[in-house]
Design a protein around this ligand. Structure first.
Ligand SMILES: Cc1ncc(C[n+]2csc(CCOP(=O)(O)OP(=O)(O)O)c2C)c(N)n1
Ligand SMILES: [Mg+2]
Length: 784
């Protein structure tokens, strides 16, 4: 590792420059946090925070990468608490403004954790919820392979997907789910670089875990490269007595090492003499260092040794996935280095002054990019201008893929469920071909067949980097599923790990942005109840504004015999409250078709977002109708009158989803007594509510345009009764009462379901025809 590879562009004189820039990165990241906490005006008296210890722990690794190792096509997920380091580096590259740094963690300023959507410098992957950004890089690498195999990106753009993570992130289970998936998909071009400071938020972490990590990662085909000691320590180990010093450090518990790092040279000497003075050479060896030099020596871990880092990273020439375990000290070089409570520690103004003097930064020139460094500013600027990462250029938005027009878009007919119809639309799209079908990539965590994607997959195949045989087909065993696997496949089959589904959807949904200009149209399926399992990853994908179509099916009580563990209840409220995800729950196939057609386009629009379809296996008789353009608009806006109410009516029945059958039957009976009653189909409680909410806010600012639901409910009489029904939480629709001051009787699922058939379950949970009629009668009675 000591021989610098011929590939390395980091010549020795460059290294001096990189070391100087690294010093500046240490300074700027600490100063940005200091400014936010101690210098900027505080209006609320709250601590702003910003993690000086976590930042300095990783700063040298990041300087090595960004100033020398990274290529423009590499994509990086930076551990959340190193955000100040990231912004400081971007600032030196001229890609982050002083204004943003000065406003770090304030409204409109640089974000506390790197954010693709909110930061103004170019963040490849947002991070924050630990572990997710790490796994995201592995899925991005799989997506890169997909893009290459499908010739949707230039091979010259192939990069490494790099995660810079904290060691405590390795406790997150999603990491290991992702490792297993990676092994199945021949993961490559992925580097995970662990800031191995052996501290988490609360404490020092368990000893010797590095042995376990090495085993775990090696078992799934990763190269594990442990970087423990810097060159200065290695040199000391080579001196007489040095081998005892090495053994001592190797055996030193994490908490003792951390405590001594905090205490400094005198404490190191005392401890080492107490433990080692019986060994030959040790006393002489230690005598060669004064206290300050001894402290510097003992904390010379690999993660703070620029030469070692540059040489190691530049030496990598193959594509096997790499885990670098880089030993570091949390808070390195700061007064609280190694202290177990330093996670949110901040230097005091006095400590900052000492630090500033040590870093050689002149007073009043704290923000100047190269102030106080030994060479002329132009030398650093020239170096940065030619650094490989500096050649990175932002791509324009990927072109929009046209969606087949109304006339040619598939339209399944006959009595069927929305789930079956979804499968048919996908199947027909695959058959039709064209730009949309070619851009679609589907994925599912082991429920491809049971969510009706089988037809699509039969036609478009499963993605694998190498062609693989289907043994059942080769053996002439009949099966409706043709699992042809190869580079041209358009379905990525996952194991049962819903977190992985959402992370992959996130990576697929960013493909156009990450890999230079051609988008994919991801379609992911899973059972609706298992959205919960991957919820944080779903939120994470949306937070990054990745675009995908999520089809969650079956849902609700309609999975009757499967029982309460499979009957989703609260997913509609997830759909309503999840930002950047529009939730639809159509009852009929013609609605579904229009929603899909719209969604494939909406997902691609700058102001669009992802779309979630909550579907069902319950087959319904389909209405004999052709939706007019106005009705289609209403379906997309979230609701339409299936039966218009008479002006001033006292009752409307409102339903969402497959419970339409009960709602319609109850409605027919109620109309015998109340002929003017209306029947409202709500196809998207989410869009309907969002629009209403926006109209209310606009109204507060003087704009009068009514929302879609206000227009729809306008004919109702004052104080009319609404009976709402959904196979989900009643709160999904109960807000409708607030629109016009209507009395609401909201039917839905208040409790866990159980096994049964639909009539029994609908009766038990108060969703049957009788319950709807009773609710209407009670509401009308109550009002009279
Ligand atoms: C999912 C999640 N749980 C909890 C947290 C709160 N948290 C932030 S940092 C951290 C520990 C970080 O330790 P490590 O990853 O080792 O980072 P470092 O030591 O470099 O700061 C925790 C628990 C979080 N950000 N995300
Ligand atoms: Mg740590």
């Amino acid at each position: 590792m000591s021989v610098q590879s011929a590939l390395s562009p980091a010549r020795n004189d460059d290294r001096d420059l990189i070391r100087d820039l690294d010093r500046k990165v240490h300074w700027l990241s600490a100063w940005t946090i200091h400014n936010a906490n101690h210098l900027r005006e505080s209006r609320d008296g709250l601590k702003v925070g910003g993690h000086q210890a976590s930042s300095t722990s990783l700063a040298t690794v990041m300087s090595a990468l960004y100033f020398s190792v990274l290529r423009p096509e590499d994509r990086i997920a930076v551990k959340p608490h190193a955000s100040p380091v990231f912004h400081a580096i971007q600032y030196l590259y001229g890609r982050q403004s002083l204004d943003q740094l000065e406003r770090f963690r304030s409204l409109g300023g640089a974000q506390s954790y790197p954010s693709r959507t909110k930061d103004q410098d170019e963040v490849d992957f947002s991070t924050g919820s630990v572990g997710l950004g790490v796994a995201m890089t592995a899925f991005a690498s799989i997506v890169q392979d997909y893009m290459l195999a499908h010739e949707r990106m230039s091979p010259a753009r192939q990069g490494r997907m790099i995660s810079l993570l904290g060691d405590a992130e390795l406790d997150e289970g999603n990491i290991y789910e992702c490792l297993i998936e990676g092994a199945k998909h021949d993961l490559r071009n992925t580097w995970w670089i662990v800031d191995y400071n052996r501290q988490s938020l609360d404490a020092t972490t368990s000893d010797s875990m590095f042995l376990r990590f090495t085993d775990i990662f090696a078992a799934v085909g990763w190269d594990v490269i442990t970087l423990k000691y810097g060159y200065r320590l290695e040199a000391a180990f080579a001196k007489p007595g040095g081998e005892h010093l090495r053994t001592w450090i190797d055996d030193c518990p994490n908490d003792l090492f951390a405590a001594l790092s905090f205490q400094g040279g005198e404490a190191w000497r005392k401890q080492l003499l107490a433990d080692l003075s019986a060994h030959a050479g040790i006393v002489d060896l230690l005598a060669q260092y004064d206290d300050e030099a001894l402290a510097a020596l003992m904390t010379n871990l690999a993660g703070h040794d620029m030469d070692l880092l540059l040489e190691t990273f530049h030496e990598v020439t193959d594509q096997r996935p790499k885990l670098f375990i880089v030993y570091t000290i949390k808070g390195f070089g700061l007064p609280f280095q190694g202290h177990k409570d330093n996670h949110s520690g901040l230097m005091t103004p006095t400590q900052m002054e000492t630090f500033q003097a040590r870093m050689g930064v002149p007073k009043g020139r704290e923000w100047e990019p190269f102030a106080g460094l030994p060479r002329a500013a132009s030398d650093y600027q020239a170096f940065i201008d030619q650094a490989p990462f500096g050649k990175r250029q932002a791509d324009g938005p990927a072109p929009i893929i046209p969606v087949p027009d109304e006339a040619s878009f598939p339209r399944p007919t006959g009595k069927q469920s929305t789930q079956v119809a979804f499968g048919k639309v996908m199947n027909d799209l695959a058959r039709m071909g064209g730009p949309l079908a070619d851009a679609i990539v589907s994925t599912s965590p082991d429920v491809t067949v049971s969510t009706n994607l089988g037809g699509w997959v039969n036609q478009r195949g499963i993605f694998a980097r190498d062609t693989r045989h289907d043994q059942f087909k080769d053996s002439n065993i009949a099966s409706p599923q043709k699992w042809l696997m190869g580079p041209q496949g358009q379905h990525i089959e996952l194991g049962i790990a819903e977190n992985n589904l959402f992370l992959l959807l996130g990576a697929l949904g960013l493909a156009g942005d990450l890999f230079g200009g051609q988008r994919l149209i991801p379609v992911g399926t899973l059972y609706d109840p298992f959205i919960n399992r991957g919820l944080d990853a779903l939120n994470y994908a949306c937070y990054q504004d990745a675009r995908f179509l999520l089809v969650a099916t079956p849902s609700g009580l309609t999975l009757a015999p499967e029982g309460g563990a499979h009957q989703s209840i609260h997913t509609p409220l997830i759909g309503m409250s999840q930002d950047k995800l529009s939730y639809f729950e159509p009852a009929f196939v013609d609605e579904l078709v229009e929603i899909m057609r719209w969604a494939f386009d909406f997902m691609q629009q700058p102001e669009g977002n992802s779309v979630y379809l909550r579907l069902s296996t319950r087959a319904l008789e389909q209405p004999d109708r052709t939706l007019s353009a106005a009705q289609i608009e209403d379906v997309i806006a979230g609701a339409y009158w299936q039966v218009e109410p008479a002006p001033g009516t006292e009752l409307a029945v409102v339903y969402t989803g497959a419970i339409a059958a009960e709602a319609m039957e109850a409605f027919d009976q109620l109309r015998e007594d109340i002929p003017g009653a209306g029947l409202l189909a709500v196809t998207s409680p989410d869009r309907l509510h969002l629009d209403w909410s926006a109209a209310l806010k606009a109204r507060a600012k003087g704009r009068r345009e009514p929302s879609h639901i206000e227009k729809l409910l306008a004919p109702l009489g004052a104080g009319a009764s609404l009976v709402t029904v959904i196979d989900g939480p009643p709160a999904t629709l109960s807000w409708l009462g607030g629109v016009k001051g209507s009395r609401v009787s909201a039917l839905g699922m208040d409790h866990f379901g159980q096994s049964g058939d639909l009539p029994d379950l609908y009766r038990t949970y108060g969703l049957d025809v009788e319950a709807i009629i009773d609710a209407a009668a009670a509401s009308l009675d109550y009002g009279s």
